[in-house]
Design a protein around this ligand. Sequence first.
Ligand SMILES: CCCCCCCCCC/C=C/CC(=O)SCCNC(=O)CCNC(=O)[C@H](O)C(C)(C)COP(=O)(O)OP(=O)(O)OC[C@H]1O[C@@H](n2cnc3c(N)ncnc32)[C@H](O)[C@@H]1OP(=O)(O)O
Length: 302
Amino acid sequence: MALASGVRFAPRALLRPWALLRGTTLGRTEPAAGGGGDGARRFGSQRVLVEPDAASGVAVMKLRNPSNALSLELLTELVISLEKLENDKTFRGIILTSDCPRVFCAGLDLTEICGRNPAHCAEYWKAMQELWLRMYLSSLVLVAAINGACPAGGCIIALSCDCRVLADNPKYRIGLNETLLGIIAPFWLKDTYVNTIGHRASEQALQLGSLFPPAEALQVGLVDQVVPEDQVQSTALSEMARWLAVPDHARQLTKNMMRKATADRLLRQRDADTQNFVSFVCRDSIQKSLQAYLEKLRQRKG
Ligand SMILES: CCCCCCCCCC/C=C/CC(=O)SCCNC(=O)CCNC(=O)[C@H](O)C(C)(C)COP(=O)(O)OP(=O)(O)OC[C@H]1O[C@@H](n2cnc3c(N)ncnc32)[C@H](O)[C@@H]1OP(=O)(O)O
């Protein structure tokens, strides 16, 4: 499997991705609901459903994990689905959305880093880096159709797309709220934020751990459109058409020119970034906070 980073990254899950997917439907195709014609074959895995439309060259990718927390399995399945579409010249764009009610993506799956050994935390963080690198540098047009809450790592997934459409629901807040959890966004999350909303707005939002409701997210430039919930998908399709109207080679080279320096910065320091992450999250104090936070989340549900 070709990796965004070249040769250095080889987490076990990605070297043996199919092992994680035993018993799932990834790689199998089935007719899309209401479809059946050319390009209406969908494929997917347990946690990522892909509905490709060969006629338009656009695939809709739906996340369907509990709260779409970014588990190692979800990260792996996302990378595999993305790679599959990247390698199929039929496709020029992906609309990324959620199949979970009210949540686009809950960010890092905290159970992957709470009570786990350093080796697991390292494997997990490398998978997170890999997904970000692949999405951020994807040659395809990525449009995020944000139909639910989008905190922290969820926001990063959205920010690595080319364009964001957010449903107008005050509960669907978006932002990098790490500081409020007592953790620190690593430099490449910070860089992605700065590239999107500028330095001063990022400085404020990152320190305060701001989660922006839709109108404010639009105002600060975190999303490109805010529309009624039932129009998120159609608006994402219209945005996609606008981006696909540009010749691919010119758009792709321009995207690369805009994003390469940010991605290269992580590629140069990937191992150090992993070590920082692992030593930070494995601290006793951080483990205790993570445990307490997870407990609070579970109780809130009940
Ligand atoms: C100097 C060196 C620096 C080193 C660098 C350090 C690096 C630190 C890491 C930096 C990166 C961090 C990015 C992150 O993403 S951190 C994760 C942040 N995410 C959150 O805070 C979101 C938490 N979740 C929620 O707020 C809500 O769940 C929701 C998304 C708003 C949805 O609400 P809803 O009411 O619908 O859902 P529930 O709350 O009922 O949740 C349903 C079940 O899902 C579990 N859950 C939710 N989120 C997570 C999560 N992120 N991880 C794990 N599990 C999660 C929740 O517990 C429920 O589980 P249950 O069904 O078992 O009860």
